[in-house]
Design a protein around this ligand. Structure first.
Ligand SMILES: NC(=O)c1ccc[n+]([C@@H]2O[C@H](COP(=O)([O-])OP(=O)(O)OC[C@H]3O[C@@H](n4cnc5c(N)ncnc54)[C@H](O)[C@@H]3O)[C@@H](O)[C@H]2O)c1
Length: 451
């Protein structure tokens, strides 16, 4: 391990963040790029990663990890052989070295030369795959949401402690310099005491229609795709991506996008678990197989300290405050708005903008899976520092569980039509056996996750 080069890179990251503070309106340093990190990183032994689930987000992560000199994308795994071929080709062209490929990711776990696993599968596989990786002695970069149900999140926290490996969660805004700076402003009282925060997401997702039972395509291992989820017949409108809208595998827009925003609110306002959660909404826009709400409002109360709300509009893209995703902190001496990007604005109590910090890192709007690659690289390098130096992670598994759990509680409230009373020290549901039933799920026999 070369501590000098790592220290240098960390100092650079620190300086970059502080640059944003001192530059004020200027945002983060314009010369910042993944390539810059590459030059600073030096020639340490590279951390060899296997990326699991590469159709979309995982493919972008594989490219981003491959951009970092200190990582080697040594292995690509997917149950879809087409996704493997496409991603392996991209990585091979980028690195001039063809990665290993497996349709069954458990073969990568057996490989002693793999140090870390990057998981970007559908949500029902998140915790189960992470637990298998930890048991195999691998570090884990896990996409949000941490889990499919609250019990899994608690298991993952326990497993991360037990196996002593680094687990970082893919809520990458935790590492974006201007977002970090905005949160510090809220925490340091720049807008006074904050008692209310709201987050939102808007999109114009089309109908997914009515699926039909169909023959499993030759390119797909449907049994392994389902993994821990009880078996169902293959239908032709689930794969890829549409699984998000089925409770059996997905977790709704609230965990797909809300997790990012509720995390920012809890982080800024130093909130952990609520005392009450309530959520309403439904599938209103189309009559099709989509089960989760396309319109949802969730409210979280934290004793007499604060209230948070989150609004999801999956089928009406009208921006709120000019942005399709974002958060606002309402304080007694002003308000602070983060657009969902690497920027923020502070308003005085009369609503006048008194400070604006803009993003200056190139964001590619044509890349819908990873528009902010260069910013996401900071999160990836923080994972590297965690592995190599034991550096603190910007997003821990505990914080990942917390924001995931809040949205899971919102979904449980919506699905049971009840307001949940929750224990503020654990987030667990008090009373309400019907709601408590959703704390875990039914698993396919033989596929139950274990610590
Ligand atoms: N952090 C972010 O900003 C961000 C952005 C997009 C997606 N995501 C997360 O990434 C995850 C993937 O989302 P997506 O949009 O790429 O979904 P997707 O359906 O397009 O891709 C999922 C991939 O996982 C593969 N897969 C399924 N089961 C597998 C298994 N057992 N082993 C190996 N591969 C398996 C599928 O074949 C597919 O290629 C989701 O959990 C989502 O929440 C995060």
């Amino acid at each position: 391990m070369n501590t000098t080069t790592n220290t240098t890179r960390r100092d650079f990251i620190k300086t970059t963040s502080m640059g944003a503070v001192t530059l004020g309106l200027g945002g983060i340093l314009p010369q910042f790029s993944a390539a810059s990190y590459g030059q600073i990183a030096g020639a340490n032994k590279r951390v060899r990663v296997a990326v699991i689930g590469v159709n979309s987000r995982g493919g972008a992560l594989a490219s981003n990890f491959a951009n970092q000199t200190d990582f080697e994308v040594a292995c690509i795994c997917d149950v879809d052989t087409r996704a493997i071929a496409k991603c392996a080709k991209t990585i091979g062209a980028k690195t001039k070295k063809t990665p290993e490929t497996h349709q069954d990711f458990r073969r990568a776990l057996e490989d002693k030369d793999i140090d870390a696993i990057v998981i970007a599968t559908p949500d029902h596989w998140h915790t189960p795959a992470a637990l298998l990786a930890l048991q195999a002695g691998k570090h884990v970069y896990l996409e949000k949401p941490v889990s499919h149900n609250p019990h899994e999140g608690e298991m993952l926290i326990e497993a991360a402690k037990r196996h002593g490996k680094v687990v970082q969660i893919g809520t990458q805004r935790r590492s974006w310099p201007n977002v970090v700076e905005a949160i510090r402003q809220v925490q340091s009282g720049v807008i006074g005491k904050v008692h209310f925060g709201k987050g939102w997401y808007a999109n114009n997702r089309p109908s997914i229609g009515r699926g039909r039972v169909a023959a499993v395509p030759g390119w797909l291992d449907w049994n392994l795709w389902q993994g821990p989820a009880p078996r169902t017949a293959f239908r032709d409108n689930i794969i890829h991506y549409n699984w998000h809208w089925f409770w059996h595998w997905g977790t709704a827009e609230s965990l797909n996008n809300g997790t990012h925003m509720i995390d920012l609110l809890c982080w800024g306002m130093n909130l952990k678990y609520p005392t009450k959660v309530s959520s309403l909404g439904g599938r209103y826009y189309y009559q099709d197989d989509w089960e989760t709400p396309d319109t949802q409002i969730a409210t979280f109360t934290f004793g007499n300290r604060a209230t948070l709300t989150w609004e999801g509009h999956s089928c009406n893209p009208k921006p709120i405050e000019g942005s399709s995703a974002g958060v606002i902190f309402y304080g007694d001496a002003g308000s602070l708005y983060i657009s969902g990007g690497n920027d923020y604005k502070i308003y005085d109590p009369k609503g006048k903008v008194i400070k604006q910090v803009k993003n200056e890192v190139a964001i590619d709007p044509t890349n819908t899976v990873s528009p902010a690659q260069k910013l996401d690289a900071i999160h990836i390098l923080n994972f590297l520092d965690g592995i190599r130096d034991g550096a603190p992670l910007n997003m821990t598994v505990e914080a990942g569980h917390q924001c995931t759990l809040l949205m899971q509680l919102a979904n449980i409230s919506l699905r049971t039509g009840t307001t949940l009373n929750t224990d503020p020290s654990t987030g667990r549901i008090l009373g309400n056996p019907e709601a408590q039933r959703h704390w875990t799920r039914e698993y396919e026999p033989g596929w139950e996750p274990k610590i």
